[in-house]
Design a protein around this ligand. Structure first.
Ligand code: G4P
Length: 288
């Protein structure tokens, strides 16, 4: 799939996505929005509401295997209260993916009853998958398709019409997912996306990014930092000082015993992204 790290969101690119969604919308019964369960706010697209209009929406909190389960439950309630159907999924292993069809059917209950009344029983439910790059759109489509090839080939010079991918339970997916842009003009959003590796992490230097992650982890998950890097939970310091302590405790030293904070930063980001620190959520629902 396209990788957000390599994408520049030019206005032309965004306009093309808007057109693609506008064109596909009349063909589908619902829009399925994938969010990163570790960042269910920052991984949203700022325009999706206006892009999808009144179309029923299903939110998939994907990569739930990497997120804090208790916080993911809070997000589920948060979005359910707003009227969305919500499921959690790990599209890599397939866990949770089987809820997709039944929850969609429930979401579209009234519409399906109308179809049935018109004698259109058994008509497939058609869905478009949307989400920012790297959130797991292809993985989910592959899982739902049950191993069948999810994508028609994109051959240069060949215009192809959109195709439907059949999945179990009478649900069909548009084969081209909508690749959305996140709210990158918001610095906090961009930083949190960079922490997960979803966007280029050179928006801040690695040490500054890792120092911010340290501060967040020390507030929300102090026991993880204690267990892995022996950073005392009671120590109140700047993020950079935690990084220095981690370097010392891990024996990452430059000549003269100076802590190698650059190496510590790279290690922290790698270990966080590899869930070596456990299942961690970077955002909690606010004001609810
Ligand atoms: P996209 O189409 O939205 O761009 O995302 P894609 O499915 O390509 O997934 C991006 C990366 O995220 C892939 O990892 C994929 O395996 C991983 N991924 C997707 N869904 C989940 C999930 O629910 N849980 C976890 N843990 N990972 C998920 P990759 O490093 O690019 O490839 P690989 O590690 O699978 O080889």
């Amino acid at each position: 799939m396209e990788d957000m790290k390599d994408i520049q969101w030019f206005p032309g690119h965004m306009a093309k996505t808007r057109r693609m969604i506008a064109k596909s919308l009349p063909l589908v019964d619902a829009a399925a929005e994938l969010l990163d369960a570790r960042l269910p706010m920052s991984s949203r697209n700022p325009e999706l509401r206006s892009l999808t209009g009144k179309k029923p929406r299903l939110i998939i909190l994907n990569k739930a295997d990497m997120a804090d389960p208790a916080v993911t439950q809070q997000w589920m309630q948060y979005y359910k209260k707003q009227g969305f159907a919500v499921i959690t999924a790990d599209s890599k292993s397939g866990k949770g993916v089987k809820q997709f069809a039944p929850v969609l059917r429930e979401l579209l209950k009234d519409q399906l009853e109308k179809y049935a009344a018109k004698g259109m029983k058994g008509r497939p439910i058609r869905v478009m998958i949307l989400g920012i790059p790297n959130v797991g759109k292809s993985s989910l489509i592959n899982r739902l398709a049950g191993g069948k090839r999810a994508k028609a080939e994109d051959r240069a010079g060949v215009t192809r019409t959109q195709q439907w991918i059949k999945t179990a339970d009478g649900v069909e997916l548009l084969d081209t997912p909508g690749v959305l842009w996140p709210k990158l003009d918001d610095q906090d959003v961009a930083v949190r996306l960079a922490m997960t590796g979803a966007v280029r992490d050179d928006i801040l230097d690695k040490e500054a990014l890792a120092a911010r992650l340290m501060t967040l982890l020390h507030t929300e998950y102090p026991q993880a930092l204690e267990q892995r890097y022996k950073i005392p939970p009671e120590l109140e310091a700047e993020g950079f000082a935690y990084l220095e302590l981690m370097a010392k405790n891990r024996g990452m030293l430059l000549s003269g015993g100076v802590p190698n904070t650059e190496r510590a930063a790279i290690t922290l980001l790698d270990e966080f992204r590899g869930t070596k620190l456990g299942r961690i959520s970077l955002e909690k629902p606010q004001g609810d």
